[in-house]
Structure formats: C-alpha cells, structure tokens
Design a protein around this ligand. Structure first.
Ligand code: CP
Length: 316
C-alpha cells in the first residue's frame, strides 16, 4: 500500500477544486468504470473504517458510498443519529471523536444544516477526513462530479454546450454543485428555468441566466437537467399549484425533441417524481441518462474516497 498522506482534510464543495483537480477526479472515476476495477483496486483502502453518517434520507448517495468503500476494501459503519447516543445528548462532533478513537479516519456526512460541514472540518481530529454527501440547499459535490462524468461519457468537450437546468433550483444543492462544476470547466451557456419562486435570482453562487419561459430555456439546449421540487426544504406558501406546475414546467419527450438540440441529453439527479417534473415515458427515452448517473455515482465516490485517503496515486 502506498502513501496515505493527503493535504486535503475534506471535500465539502465543488468550489474548493481547481479545474485540473476536477478533471483528475473524473479521470480516476473513469478507471473505476472499467470492468474488473473492483478486483483491481480492492486493497486500496484495506484496513480503513469509513463512517457513513446520514442525518437525512438517501438511497443513491448512501448506498453508492457504501459500495464504493467496500469495493476499495474498506470496512463501512452506518451511523444513524436517531438510534445513537446523540439521543442521550452527545454532539455530532463528540460522536466523530468517538468513531476516531475506534480508528475511523473518514466520515461521509449528509445533513440539513447549512454550515455544518465547515464546523465539522474545524473540529475533526487532525487525522480525519470529511466528505459531504449533501448539505442543506448548499452543496452536493459528489453529485456535481457524477453529473459531469455522465455528460463527458457522451460529449468530448463541455465548453460549447448549452445546458438548461429546469425546476426547483433555489432549494437544490445538486443545482449549485453541478452548475459550479460546469462553470469551472468553462461552460458559458447555462439557463436556469423555472417559476420565479424556484429561481436563485440573488444567489451569486449559481451561475446561469434565469428564465421562466420553458421554451426559451430549452431552445437548442444540448443538455437538460431536470430537478424535483424539494418539498422538504420549502416553507408552505412557496409551493406552486401542482397541476399548474406540471403543465408549465413538466418535461415530455415530444417537447424535448421539438425544442432542444438534436441528440440532446436528459439528466435528473433523482429521486424523480414521475408525472410531475418528468413524463414517465422519459425513463425509456434513448437520450435519458438517469440510470447511467446512478451507475457513475459509485465510480465517482470511489475516486473521491481514494483521493481523500491519499491513495489517488494508486489509481492514476
Ligand atoms: N441524488 C441524490 O442525492 O439521491 P439520494 O437522495 O437518493 O441520495
């Protein structure tokens, strides 16, 4: 096993990356997509114990981190705050120190509270690393990476693409991370599409031109990223009437084929509310990459775990 040193203690936001680092993570993830890679790399993190601490529901992110860690040979501990000593008053920081005392050096955390990642990074033992699996509306950096990997599997160059992101952008951590990644890699034509209440008009962290006109937003777009309405982060009166929303912003195949660029790609981070933001027939559309995104999620998380544990050189 080669060196374990890393100058990075955390990966909590796409904005902490340089373009070259992002590209290097995507290249590493590509290696993990190759058949047989889980055999080739299974000793990379042997002996490590990785803690998955998800304080919000998850299917894709949690299980793909677990699979990624196991494919690299690590042991995985699933920590559920609801069934832990947090119920007896222990803080999250104390909890992580407790796991660190048992030998864990890497924590994967999903949490609703914005600012929690920075706080954890500041209070973790020096030997430990943290990766965000989603922080409030702020960031979901591994989702941003897997969206980029998915697009790059179908397009050689991102810079000249027109990308439309449609739906509840203002409450979406995925939107922030994916759009920041696209921006970092030089994508200039980014459209933010949705009703006014879902557009991040005053948020400088979200690159793109906002519009509430769906046809305008989709016009000749090469990539369309649809988003779910994130009810869990919305205060009651901000939710639009569902029938009206579906009619104005729900996407179907006919519309995508008519307005977007020839051969355009459709992504959605999941979970999808079929019949709301997407017509159910789109799951079988040959330009829908929703299942591929999930598959790429495991490879991206293998790349991120290797990088944070200082095993990046073993992959590259
Ligand atoms: N895309 C995503 O974060 O999905 P999960 O909530 O299922 O992890």
């Amino acid at each position: 096993m080669s060196q374990r040193s890393s100058d990075r203690q955390s990966f909590t936001d796409i904005q902490q990356l340089q373009a070259a680092e992002l590209r290097s993570l995507i290249d590493a993830a590509r290696k993990f997509l190759r058949p047989g890679s889980s055999v080739q790399y299974r000793n990379t993190l042997r002996g490590e114990a990785i803690v998955l601490a998800f304080a919000e529901p998850s299917t894709r992110t949690r299980f793909s981190f677990e699979l990624a860690a196991k494919r690299l040979g690590a042991d995985v501990v699933n920590f559920n705050p609801l069934h832990s000593s947090q119920k007896k008053g222990e803080t999250l920081i104390d909890t992580f120190h407790t796991f660190a005392a048992m030998g864990s050096r890497l924590f994967v955390v999903r949490h609703a509270q914005e600012g929690i990642m920075a706080k954890l990074v500041n209070h973790l033992p020096d030997s430990c690393r943290l990766v965000s699996a989603g922080e409030g509306c702020r960031s979901h950096p591994t989702q941003g990476l897997l969206d980029i990997l998915t697009i790059l599997n179908h397009r050689n160059n991102l810079e000249n693409l027109a990308v439309a992101i449609v739906g509840d952008i203002v409450h979406s951590r995925v939107a922030r991370s994916t759009l920041n990644a696209l921006h970092l890699l030089g994508v200039k034509d980014i459209r933010l599409v949705g009703p006014k209440c879902f557009l991040p008009i005053e948020d400088n962290d979200v690159p793109g031109i906002p519009t509430s006109d769906l046809r305008d937003g989709l016009s000749h777009a090469d990539v369309v990223i649809a988003l779910r309405i994130q009810r869990e982060r919305i205060k009651g009166s901000e939710i639009p009437d569902m029938n009206d929303y579906r009619k104005r912003y729900g996407l179907n195949r006919q519309q995508l084929e008519k307005y977007t660029a020839s051969g355009s790609l459709l992504l959605h981070p999941g979970p999808v509310n079929w019949g709301v933001e997407l017509d159910p027939e789109l799951i079988n559309w040959d330009r829908s990459l929703i299942r591929e995104q999930v598959r790429n999620g495991v490879a991206v998380r293998m790349a991120v775990l290797s990088w944070l544990m200082g095993a990046h050189d073993e992959v590259n």
